[in-house]
Design a protein around this ligand. Structure first.
Ligand code: ADP
Ligand code: MG
Ligand code: MG
Length: 247
């Protein structure tokens, strides 16, 4: 599904990614762990197409298409979803409006008919129920006044409605209490652990991986994957720290 080869990228003319290679197949959950400043967020921004992140060498394909050649909205329409550490608040725009716009923009991008208000509400109700979120929350302004845990549940409902092929979640677990962590874990498992889908979980800590069992764990240090393994690698990192393993 995602094939990254020898990726080099700069931010503000500073080389950050220095020859990163990673292959993710449908049905797999991958975790990337690594010290602060290793380039984890840079990787997710480069894959999402954020302006200011310049690819200087290497390639990334998504379902065989050149991902780096696509505009951000084309990447989303192709099935790429990016989740972030700090969900934004959008006063005056309800979740329902926001998500219907987002979903319909992607449907148009794929040449599909946009959903009517009624059709969209049916999908939204179904996903909210699946993730045990009250529909009233979906009618409120995006994330305004939501607690940390509610923002995360909301993000999981967004992901459920958008229904991506590949979700890249960058430190989605940071600062969460145990209940919110479980919400995120359940959300990822419910929505994304399905045939034809894949997840790239970027995390600094092992604890989210107690809820979402990765098939593969990679260590990113100084802009490259320096070690790959199974779930046991995350526990080794927790025990011994990055310095020893990345050395
Ligand atoms: P991580 O997510 O692994 O903590 P980042 O990808 O956020 O790491 O950052 C990698 C490196 O890139 C860091 O040294 C950081 O200071 C640098 N960096 C990130 N964004 C910018 C920027 N806009 N300008 C200059 N340097 C940046
Ligand atoms: Mg960081
Ligand atoms: Mg980061």
């Amino acid at each position: 599904m995602l094939k990254i080869e020898n990726l080099h990228a700069t931010v503000a003319a500073k080389p950050i990614l220095k020859g990163l290679s990673l292959t993710i197949n449908a049905g797999e959950i991958h975790a990337i762990m690594g010290p602060n400043g290793a380039g984890k967020s840079t990787l997710s921004y480069v894959l999402g197409g954020r302006p200011g992140y310049e690819v200087t060498d290497g390639s990334a394909t998504f379902d065989g298409a050149d991902l780096l050649d696509m505009e951000p909205h084309q990447r989303a329409a192709a099935g790429l979803f990016l989740g972030f550490q700090y969900p934004v608040e959008i006063p005056g725009v309800s979740n329902v409006q926001f998500l219907r716009e987002a979903l319909n923009a992607q449907r148009r991008g794929r040449g599909e008919e946009p959903l009517s208000g009624g059709e969209f509400l049916k999908v939204a109700r179904e996903k909210a129920a699946l993730l045990k979120m009250d529909m009233d929350m979906l009618k409120r302004s995006v994330n305004v006044g939501f607690s940390g845990g509610e923002k995360k549940r909301n993000e999981m409902v967004q992901m459920g409605i958008i229904d991506p092929k590949l979700a890249i979640l960058d430190e989605t677990d940071s600062g969460l209490d145990i209940d919110a962590l479980r919400t995120v874990g359940d959300g990822i498992n419910t929505i994304m652990r399905r045939p034809g889908k894949a997840v790239l979980l970027i995390t600094h800590y092992q604890r989210l991986l107690d809820y979402v069992q990765p098939d593969f764990v990679h260590v990113l240090a100084a802009g490259r994957i320096v070690k790959s393994g199974g779930p046991e690698l995350a526990r080794e990192l927790e025990e011994h720290g990055y310095a020893e393993i990345a050395a």
